[in-house]
Ligand binder design. Structure first.
Ligand code: GLN
Length: 558
């Protein structure tokens, strides 16, 4: 199967020593550099955990669930892949142990194995190898990241599969990049290579000889340390790369490029040595480093202490700032704290307010109060998914006088079910995979904030929800001033709501953050940040003393 002539080259990325070294970012950065050399690149993540997908995992434990166009709930690393490279991920770009086993067990039940005893080797490993091939079509280089850390019991079948894969496709068609940690010990004033040596030894014990070592470190590795690592780990000195800590993640491709990682990859994979152009990326990093002013966004959600649970949101806000050369300061506000008073104190200092997606009742009362504050104080407001639902509940209660209006997610028995279970899901009770997921189109009202932002009459955005706006209440909400400016083409789903008499109030049922990319910031984030900045400037103007930077800011947006 693998012997036939193929054009795709493979890079397998593994990690050692400790977790959270940024393997996903490293893989995504390598993809960006190779794209800068004109190669078509795709990325794939193989995750050793047993969950079929991360959809049922707590974002507090595992970070955000990233949703693809085709409606797959995937690992947040796929978000990095899409933001750094130009690929658009599908269900085949993320496999877990659970997904692999589910497929093998299904085949076994169907009798596909013709009476054989089904085993990890070869059946599970074959399934993994086939999964790798599924996204190879039409790409020059496929980067496959193996989740977890070498030495974990769960990763073994994946490592065995990629070892076999390498053997199948042959040298020059696949390489192994291993990410390790080279810690600096302050007490002795030394960089320590032993953890790297041990990790590589572990890898070699299962038959994998890494070709390139990416060494996470807090300072550049001097050449004697590189030489030592090369010698002990049996690789060339030019294949020992410093992966130094950076201020912001978008700098990683530039650092790795400076270290010459693409040169060694091109050499090892026998790829044409094309010219490299990272100019657009360099410009991006320059703009992030040198903002002309700043703006502060308050995000009222739950789990706010754990940054990874809102990864794409974070990035989309940063992109929105880049579009106007602004640094976006995020003020994370735990919705429950707002519930318990102190709302004014928390919200008074921010220029714009965002309520992100979420599940479960905790914090919802605080979010509804937050919407009211933003509406009444005319502070730019952006609601995403649960944020839209809170906006509708708030309007029903405070503008339409429906005091008990709620979502049936939070109050089954309410008489005013302004948000209720998706009609399509009635009778479906499982939590796993029972949501409206992935890309669906919406049509926008001419002249609305949304339509002006997108500059297009129809859009496609990614969804992840179980509840929807009950359209019975639409006439009353409209009478109270709410505008339904985005609807699914069949009129079945409310997708966007706004207020016309507010500086910028937009809430959407979908998750725009998934589609924002640093080189093409999402229109809604771009406009929300710009509106928040106008609010900042206006508030600043109202104050007597003005600094030079204030004057600059005021002029730009007038
Ligand atoms: N909990 C709400 C729903 O299921 C909102 C989901 C979300 O914000 N992603 O519809």
């Amino acid at each position: 199967m693998l012997r036939k002539k193929r054009n795709t080259k493979y890079i397998f990325v593994t990690g050692g020593v400790v977790s959270s070294l940024g393997k996903g970012l490293a893989a995504a950065s390598i993809a960006r550099i190779l794209e800068g050399r004109g190669f078509r690149v795709t990325l794939q993540k193989l995750d050793p955990y047993i969950n079929v997908d991360p959809g049922t995992m707590s974002p507090f434990q595992h970070g955000e669930v990233f949703v693809t166009d085709d409606g797959t709930e995937t690992d947040l690393d796929l978000g990095h892949y899409e933001r750094f490279a130009s690929m658009t991920a599908t269900k085949d770009n993320n496999f877990t142990t659970g997904k692999i086993y589910a497929s093998v067990i299904e085949k076994e039940r169907r009798g596909d194995y013709l009476g054989a005893t089904v085993q990890v080797i070869p059946h599970i490993t074959d399934e993994i190898k086939e999964s790798i091939l599924r996204v190879s079509k039409g790409v020059d280089v496929q980067i496959v990241e193996i989740g977890g850390t070498v030495g974990d019991i769960e990763s073994l079948p994946f490592l065995e599969a990629i070892r076999q894969f390498w053997l199948d496709v042959g040298r020059n068609n696949a390489i192994f990049i291993h990410l390790t940690l080279v810690p600096y010990l302050g007490a002795s004033g030394e960089l320590k290579t032993k953890p790297t040596q041990h990790s590589v030894r572990e890898l070699r014990a299962i038959g994998i000889q890494p070709d390139v070592l990416l060494c996470r470190c807090d300072r550049p590795l001097p050449s004697d340390i590189k030489r030592k690592i090369a010698l002990f780990c049996n690789i060339g000195e030019d294949a020992v790369i410093s992966a130094i800590d950076v201020h912001n993640i978008y700098e990683v491709p530039l650092h790795l490029s400076e270290e010459g990682i693409d040169e060694i990859i091109v050499k090892l994979l026998d790829l044409p040595d094309r010219k490299k152009d990272l100019a657009a990326w360099e410009d991006l990093v320059h703009r992030i480093r040198h903002p002309q002013d700043e703006v502060t966004i308050g995000i009222v959600g739950k789990y706010v202490a754990y940054e990874d649970s809102y990864k794409s949101l974070n990035e989309a806000l940063l992109h929105g700032g880049v579009a106007s050369n602004l640094r976006v300061n995020l003020k994370w506000i735990e919705a429950e704290d707002v519930e318990n008073g102190g709302l004014e104190a928390e919200l008074a200092g921010v220029d714009g307010i965002l309520i992100p997606g979420g599940f479960g009742v905790r914090g919802v009362a605080g979010m509804i109060r937050t919407v009211r504050w933003a509406r009444e104080h005319r502070v730019p407001f952006f609601g995403i998914c649960l944020g839209l639902q809170c906006a509708v509940i708030e309007a029903a209660r405070n503008l339409c006088g429906l005091e008990t209006a709620h979502s049936t997610e939070f109050d089954e028995a309410t008489n005013e079910r302004v948000i209720y279970k998706l009609r399509d899901l009635l009778g479906v009770e499982d939590l796993g995979g029972t949501m409206r997921l992935g890309a669906y189109p919406a049509e926008l009202t001419q002249g609305s904030n949304a339509q002006r932002a997108y500059g297009a009459p129809s859009i496609s955005e990614r969804h992840r929800h179980r509840y929807e706006v009950n359209q019975e209440f639409m006439p009353r909400l409209e009478k109270a001033g709410m505008r339904f400016t985005g609807m699914s083409p069949d009129g079945k789903f409310v997708e966007i709501v706004e207020y016309a008499d507010h500086p910028w109030f937009v809430a959407c049922q979908f998750h725009p953050e998934y589609k924002s990319r640093p080189l093409s910031p999402h229109p809604l984030f771009r406009e929300f940040v710009a509106a928040s900045y106008r609010n900042r400037v206006a508030r600043r103007d109202a104050l007597p003393a003005r600094t030079e930077s204030d004057a600059y800011a005021a002029d730009r947006f007038r």
